[in-house]
Write a protein that binds this ligand. Structure first.
Ligand code: ASP
Length: 604
C-alpha cells in the first residue's frame, strides 16, 4: 500500500513512530517557513508539518500543494507543542513531522468548499457528487449507513434469516406506483419491469421453504418525488413463514430497531417500549394522519358536540352535509398576533383547507367565568361563551390558548390538519430531536376507494390478507374489510409497511376480483402466484422497511438524498452521469423501438 497508517487513527500513543500516510490536502497554512497541511483520508485528519530546515525536499513539495491534491507523506509522529493541541480533533494531540513527500495527483480547484459544511446548490452537489461525498457530514452519513446495514445483516443472520437476491429484470409487481420498464432486445415488443418491490419473489421463497428471508433490496417506483421519495429506494425486505399474527412480526421488528438504536445511536431515547400499537382508524382520528409524530400532543379535537345549536352558517352547512369541525388547541396561542394566525391560514390553504377559524381565549380566572368579551375571533359574534367553553374543554384548552379549526369532510381536512399539527409543533419547538417515538399501526383497511379511478384499490398491495371474519363484507361493504396490513411509524415518517399475506388461491382470486382483476387477467399476470399457492404455501408475513428514511431519522437529515450516495434530483435526473439520456438510433432499432415525442417534450 502507498500508506501504512491512516491519518484519522493517529494518537499520542503513536509518538515517535515513523508513518507513511496518503490522502487529500484538506487545508494548507503557510507560516512563512513552516507549512502546515491538514491531510485528510477516509478516517479523518492529521496535521503534517513541513520544516524547510529539517526536510528541504519535502518542504518544497509542500510549497506546491493546493486544496484536494493527493499527497503521500512519510514522517515522524510527534506530540504537538503545549498549548497548540486541538481538543476538537481526535488526532489533535499529535502532528506528523514530514521527512518525504510525493504528490500522487494534483487537483483542480473544486467548485465548492470541501472543508466547510456550507450551503451548496443541489444541482452542483449532485453534478460533483464524488466531491460532495468528501465533505465530512456526507462522508459520515454514508459510513453510518454501512454500519446500520451491517448491524441489520448480522442481527438477522443470527436469527436464522437467509439473505437472497431477487431479479431486477422481472415482471410487474404492483405497489401502487408506475413501473419502470426495460425493453427486451431478443423478445421484440416485450418489456421487463423493474421491481417496485421483491414482493412476489419473497412470497415464492416462502413457498420454496426458506422460512426466513431478507434482502437489502432496491425498489423502483415511478412516482412524483418528495423529500422522502426517490425513483429508487432501498428497503430491508423481509419475509417469515409460519407467522400466526401481527405480534410475531412486531416483536422481531421491535427488537431489531431498539437494539440498533441502543447499539449504534445511544444519543437517542426511545419514547416508549414496547412500541405502542394503534389502529389505523385511531391514528387518523387523533392525528389526521397514518404517520403521526407522537413526540408531542396537539391531538385533533372534534368540536361537533359543542356546536349542535350553532348560529354559524358555515359550520352548520358543513355538519349537515356530513362534514366535521375539527382542530387543534395551541398552547399559549391567545397572544399570537393577527399576522401569525393569518400565516397559518395561508399555510393550511396550501394543503387544501378552505380556511382556518381561530378562537383566542383570553381573560383571567376560571374558565367557568368566561364571557364572550374574553374571546378574540373573526367570527366571535356567532359563538356563545358556553360553546367556546365546551369547545375548549373538548380540546383540552384554557385561557391563554387558541383553538384553530377546519370545517370540511374528514378525509379532506385530514391533510390540512396533519400539516397544521406538524407546523405548530415546529413553531412551538415541541418535537424533541433526541427522542424516537415508534408506533405500530394496525388494522389498515384492505381497500381504498380511488376517487380518480372510481374503483377499489389495495390500501397496501393485493397480496395482503383480509381478516377472515371480514371476507363476507367484500360483497356488501368493501371499505369496511380490515386487512392484516400494518405499518411502523417513527417521528412522523412511515418506516415500514407489511402484512400477513394471502396464501390460498381462492382468497387471492376473490381479492383480485374486488380490485377489478378478472380471472383471465389474474391468470396472465399472477398465474405463477396462484399456482404456487396450490403447492403447499405456508402461512407467511413480512415487511418492506425503508432504509433511506431510517437513515435520515438517525442522522437527523431532513431529506433522504443526504443519506444516499448517488441520489436523483427532484426531476428524476442524475446531473453527474446525465441519466436518463437519449440512446442512438441503432440502439433503438435493435430494441425494435420507435420514439415519438409529444411536441412539448420534443421542444424541451
Ligand atoms: N412489498 C411491500 C412494500 O414494498 C412491503 C411488504 O408488504 O412486505 O411496501
Amino acid at each position: 500500500m502507498l500508506k501504512d497508517r491512516s491519518c484519522g487513527e493517529l494518537r499520542a500513543s503513536d509518538e515517535g513512530q515513523i508513518v507513511t500516510l496518503a490522502g487529500w490536502v484538506h487545508r494548507r497554512r503557510d507560516h512563512g517557513g513552516l507549512i502546515f497541511i491538514d491531510l485528510r483520508d477516509h478516517d479523518g485528519l492529521a496535521q503534517v508539518v513541513f520544516n524547510p530546515q529539517e526536510a528541504t525536499g519535502a518542504h518544497s513539495v509542500a510549497e506546491e500543494l493546493r486544496g484536494e491534491y493527493v499527497l503521500q507523506v512519510k514522517g515522524a509522529v510527534a506530540r504537538r507543542r503545549e498549548g497548540t493541541e486541538n481538543p476538537n480533533l481526535p488526532t489533535g494531540d499529535i502532528e506528523v513531522h514530514a521527512q518525504e513527500a510525493t504528490i500522487l495527483n494534483p487537483s483542480k480547484t473544486p467548485p465548492f468548499y470541501i472543508t466547510e459544511d456550507q450551503e451548496v446548490e443541489e444541482l452542483l452537489r449532485l453534478r460533483y457528487r464524488y466531491l460532495d461525498l468528501r465533505r465530512e457530514r456526507m462522508h459520515k452519513n454514508i459510513v453510518t449507513r454501512h454500519n446500520v446495514l451491517r448491524f441489520i445483516r448480522e442481527f438477522l443472520s443470527e436469527r436464522g434469516f437467509t439473505e437472497i437476491e431477487t431479479p431486477i429484470l422481472t415482471a410487474p409487481t404492483p405497489e401502487g406506483a408506475r413501473d419502470y420498464v426495460v425493453p427486451s432486445r431478443v423478445n421484440p415488443g416485450r418489456f421487463y419491469a423493474l421491481p417496485q418491490s421483491p414482493q412476489q419473489f419473497k412470497q415464492l421463497l416462502m413457498v420454496a421453504g426458506f422460512e426466513r428471508y431478507f434482502q437489502i433490496a432496491h425498489c423502483m417506483r415511478d412516482e412524483d418525488l418528495r423529500a422522502d421519495r426517490q425513483p429508487e429506494h432501498v428497503q430491508l425486505d423481509l419475509e417469515v413463514s409460519f407467522v400466526s399474527e401481527e405480534e410475531d412480526i412486531f416483536q422481531l421488528a421491535e427488537e431489531l430497531y431498539s437494539s440498533l438504536v441502543m447499539g449504534l445511536f445511544p444519543e437517542f431515547r426511545i419514547q416508549e417500549m414496547p412500541f405502542p400499537r394503534m389502529t389505523f382508524a385511531e391514528s387518523v382520528r387523533r392525528f389526521g394522519s397514518d404517520k403521526p409524530d407522537l413526540r408531542y400532543g396537539l391531538e385533533l379535537a372534534d368540536f361537533a358536540p359543542a356546536l349542535q345549536n350553532t348560529d354559524f352558517q358555515v359550520f352548520k352547512n358543513v355538519m349537515s352535509s356530513g362534514g366535521a369541525i375539527r382542530g387543534i388547541a395551541v398552547p399559549g396561542g391567545a397572544s399570537w398576533s393577527r399576522k401569525q394566525v393569518d400565516d397559518l391560514t395561508s399555510f393550511v390553504q396550501q394543503y387544501g383547507a378552505k380556511g382556518l377559524v381561530s378562537i383566542q381565549i383570553g381573560g383571567e380566572g376560571d374558565m367557568s367565568a368566561l364571557t364572550i368579551d374574553d374571546v378574540k375571533s373573526p367570527v366571535a359574534k356567532f359563538f356563545a361563551a358556553e360553546e367556546v367553553r365546551e369547545m375548549a374543554s373538548l380540546a383540552g384548552a384554557g385561557r391563554g390558548d387558541m383553538l384553530l379549526m377546519v370545517a370540511d369532510k374528514p378525509t379532506a381536512s385530514n391533510r390540512a390538519l396533519d400539516a397544521l399539527r406538524r407546523e405548530l409543533a415546529s413553531r412551538l419547538e415541541l418535537a424533541d430531536p433526541d427522542t424516537l417515538a415508534f408506533c405500530f399501526l394496525t388494522d389498515v383497511p384492505l381497500f381504498e376507494w380511488s376517487e380518480t379511478e372510481e374503483r377499489w384499490t389495495p390500501a397496501h398491495h393485493p397480496f395482503t390478507s383480509p381478516h377472515v371474519e371480514d371476507i363476507p363484507l367484500m360483497d356488501t361493504d368493501p371499505g369496511k374489510v380490515r386487512s392484516h396490513a400494518y405499518d411502523l411509524v417513527c417521528n412522523g415518517w412511515e418506516l415500514f409497511s407489511g402484512s400477513i399475506r394471502i396464501h390460498r388461491r381462492e382468497v387471492q382470486l376473490k381479492v383480485f376480483d374486488m380490485l377489478g382483476i378478472g380471472l383471465e387477467e389474474a391468470q396472465r399476470k399472477f398465474g405463477h402466484m396462484l399456482e404456487a399457492f396450490e403447492y403447499g404455501a405456508p402461512p407467511h408475513a413480512g415487511i418492506g422497511a425503508g432504509i433511506d428514511r431510517l437513515m435520515a431519522i438517525l442522522t437527523r437529515e431532513p431529506d433522504i438524498r443526504e443519506v444516499i450516495a448517488f441520489p436523483k434530483t427532484k426531476s428524476q435526473g442524475d446531473p453527474m452521469t446525465g441519466a436518463p439520456s437519449a440512446i442512438s438510433p441503432e440502439q433503438l432499432a435493435e430494441l425494435h423501438i420507435e420514439v415519438k415525442l409529444a411536441e412539448e417534450s420534443a421542444q424541451a
